[in-house]
Write a protein that binds this ligand. Structure first.
Ligand code: SAM
Length: 281
């Protein structure tokens, strides 16, 4: 009999993926972790029955979350990732030769161990890169402590339920600002605005109170269903409208090869349709 995974993120709308083979199904200390194979998407990782990442389409989210802020900044050396335990975001960040230290703060060691074993293509060696330091901790607790500052902070979180909820609070964003170097930039996972508009609006209100330049940019990921996903953007210094020729030069200099990100897509991603713009405070 054909088995399907029905995602339980929304009460009134769901996506389903055919489960061709279950490879792993177990509870970690924090959440239920499942890995299965789907003919179209390859290996699919779910946490509490919400799709986190797939082998086939993760490049879109990870490239856009890493390369937009890093190429807009242009000289980032220290990067902080909150969450991101599958290693896909670290993989893209570490493609930048100018980045010399990445701290990843992940609450669930189980996600990292698991992803290293069962989804090695996600991290593609990132966990063995000496520039990566992994800290097992709650990202909000880490952020609230005094400590080093970062040129780029990336919040690769689950949705705002369960352990991820604290990563969407005003106090978390305030602490994140104090952990940015002057002219640093914060990028956050803010869900799919068509379905999760209130969450994006909440983050934008917090950003407006804290940062000189704030907003979001969009990218479309098939398994984050419901239209384009919003990535929050907050900075006191990095230009969101870096000239195209500058982005092209930085992209070439970093030696990047990407399947979604291009300098043209980078600039276009900040253009918002009306229904998203209306969520801005
Ligand atoms: N890209 C996915 C999405 O949009 O749904 C999320 C990726 S997944 C790698 C998110 C990670 O955030 C998970 O590994 C989870 O354990 C971690 N996480 C959730 N809450 C956290 C917290 N408070 N501190 C640190 N990591 C957290």
């Amino acid at each position: 009999m054909t088995e399907w995974m029905h995602e339980r993120l929304h009460d009134d709308y769901a996506q389903s993926l055919r489960v061709d083979r279950v490879l792993y199904d177990s509870a970690t200390d924090h959440q239920r972790l499942r890995l299965f194979e789907n003919a179209r998407f390859g290996r699919v990782l779910t946490l509490d029955d919400v799709v986190q990442t797939t082998e086939a389409d993760n490049f879109i989210y990870h490239e856009m979350m890493a390369h937009v802020p890093l190429l807009a900044h242009g000289a980032a050396r220290r990067v902080l990732i909150i969450g991101g335990g599958d290693g896909g975001l670290a993989r893209e960040v570490l493609r930048h030769p100018g980045v010399d230290h990445v701290v990843m703060v992940e609450i669930d060691a189980g996600v990292i161990e698991f992803s290293r074993q069962y989804l090695p293509s996600l991290s593609d060696g990132a966990f063995d890169d000496p520039r990566l330091e992994v800290v097992i901790d709650d990202g909000a607790a880490f952020m609230a402590r005094k400590g080093g500052t970062f040129d780029v902070i990336l919040v690769d979180s689950t949705d705002p339920t369960g352990p991820g909820e604290v990563l969407f609070t005003d106090s978390f964003y305030g602490h994140a600002r104090s952990r940015l170097t002057e002219g640093g930039v914060l990028v956050t996972q803010n869900g799919v605005p068509f379905l999760q508009g209130a969450e994006l609006a909440g983050t934008m209100r917090a950003f407006r109170a804290l940062f000189a330049d704030w907003g979001c940019y969009l990218c479309t990921i098939p398994t984050y269903a419901g239209g384009p996903m919003a990535l929050g953007w907050a900075t006191d210094g990095v230009a969101r409208d870096t000239p195209l020729n500058v982005l092209q030069a930085r992209y070439a200099e970093a030696g990047l090869e990407t399947d979604y990100y291009t300098p043209e897509v980078h600039l276009a991603a900040f253009a918002l349709p009306g229904y998203v713009r209306r969520l801005m405070p």
